[in-house]
Write a protein that binds this ligand. Structure first.
Ligand code: GTR
Length: 401
């Protein structure tokens, strides 16, 4: 295999030109907001064809069952609810376990943050009432540890990334699902997880990868939330970190029911511009994670400038809904500057709708958040989700959701 060069030198970023989100493929300009839905449909189709792959539009039936409800948990702050969403395809089924926290005191249906987690719902909080997954979980099976005890010991392991109490105190609910319930995060030739619900021998270049599968699962979770009286499903913010930040962006781009979209350190294949080739590149991501994107994406490994889209257009697909792009100063692998420039390049589409976008292409100072309808910050520190990030998301949601 060729050596994959990773560049961290700004002076070595190649000269690039971004595709213009406001010019149709046939060269016509988008002159007003009325023309945007048609251009949006064109860009969405290009992302399906060349980047994430196309999800099936029908073929899986869903049933739901509430498996537990507990009032007054987390010191009286929350109602905890768990539900199993069963998706049935041609010959198999899949169970997605949703954990929902709602403020115990509510004045009607609440707006809510929805996000996938990396290693099980029980990792988001030390709450002993959260059910521990019995499905494939990363790190444990990889280490040869299969027993239930190791999983139980990871209760709360990711709690610093989920500001559960703060979210509830601010009047929002939180729903989360373990991403591996939807599709286990390894390359198995698209046999297990959601792909297994729609089995086929003839996978084509634009068939969906794992990120599209996870995003599809988020939409199914939203289908369920629409049936939950305590949740205001027209005010759901989809949020994710890193690979799950890429997923949140694609879910929000593909499904306009998500009212707000938050990308936390999503990097390559997420908010960062592919053409900059700074930090993680298209070639590196397709090599290390061959299952995340569609097969067609790999044809651009050595020629990203030939891609008919770049990631600023993924952000543009969310217009006119609000979007927040967050970077971390030390997370060079995710290319903070490339994430910012992507938000800047999506801004003309916001302006079409009369919203201020990001105008200046100078990256803001560290820890100075911008809360225009396309929000942005680069915070101190590395690849993570912190209380600073959540403080911004909550303020941004108060303003725009
Ligand atoms: C890295 C990957 C990134 C990012 C990250 C994560 O290994 O290269 O694209 O997604 O994983 O998800 O934590």
């Amino acid at each position: 295999m060729d050596e994959i060069v990773i560049n961290y030198d700004e002076s070595k970023v190649p000269h690039y030109e971004l595709p213009d989100p406001l010019i149709f493929e046939d060269g016509r300009p988008v002159t007003d907001a009325n023309a945007w839905p048609a251009r949006r449909a064109e860009i969405l189709s290009l992302f399906e064809q060349h980047v994430y792959g196309r999800a099936p539009t029908s073929g899986a039936a869903m049933t739901s069952e509430v498996t537990s409800v507990a009032e007054g948990v987390l010191g009286g702050l929350a109602t905890r609810k768990e539900a199993t969403l069963r998706l049935t395809g041609n010959s198999s089924h899949l169970d997605m376990h949703v954990l929902i926290y709602l403020p115990q005191v509510r004045n009607g249906a609440v707006p809510l943050f929805l996000g996938l987690n990396f290693a099980g719902n029980h990792t988001v909080h030390t709450d002993p009432g959260i059910t521990v997954p019995t499905s494939w979980v990363p790190n444990y099976t990889h280490l040869g540890i299969e027993d239930h005890r190791a999983r139980v010991e990871s209760r709360g392991a990711a709690s610093s990334r989920w500001a559960v109490e703060t979210i509830l105190q601010r009047g929002y609910g939180l729903a989360t699902i373990y991403c591996g319930d939807i599709d286990p995060d390894f390359d198995d030739g698209f046999k297990n997880g959601v792909h297994g619900l729609f089995p086929r021998d003839d996978r084509a270049g634009a068939d969906w990868g794992t990120i599209a599968g996870w995003a599809w699962g988020l939409s199914r979770a939203l289908d369920y939330l629409e049936t939950e009286d305590a949740v205001d499903a027209s005010h759901v913010a989809v949020m994710g970190h890193s690979r799950l930040g890429k997923t949140a962006l694609w879910a929000g781009a593909a499904d306009p029911r998500f009212a707000l979209v938050i990308s936390n350190d999503s990097g390559c294949g997420g908010a960062a511009l592919s053409r900059r080739e700074y930090g993680e590149t298209v070639k590196r991501i397709n090599t290390a994670f061959p299952h995340w994107f569609c097969t067609n994406f790999k044809t651009y490994n050595d020629c990203v400038s030939a891609l008919p889209v770049d990631q600023h257009e993924l952000i543009a697909l969310i217009v006119p809904r609000p979007v927040y792009i967050a970077s971390a100063a030390e997370d060079l692998w995710a290319d903070p500057r490339g994430e910012f420039l992507s938000a800047v390049a999506a801004s003309p589409v916001y302006r079409l709708y009369g919203f201020d976008g990001l105008i200046d292409d100078v990256v803001p100072e560290v820890d100075v958040a911008i809360h225009t309808r396309v929000g942005y910050h680069v915070r101190t520190g590395g690849h993570d989700v912190t209380s600073y990030d959540w403080a911004q998301y909550l303020d941004f949601a108060d303003k725009w959701l």
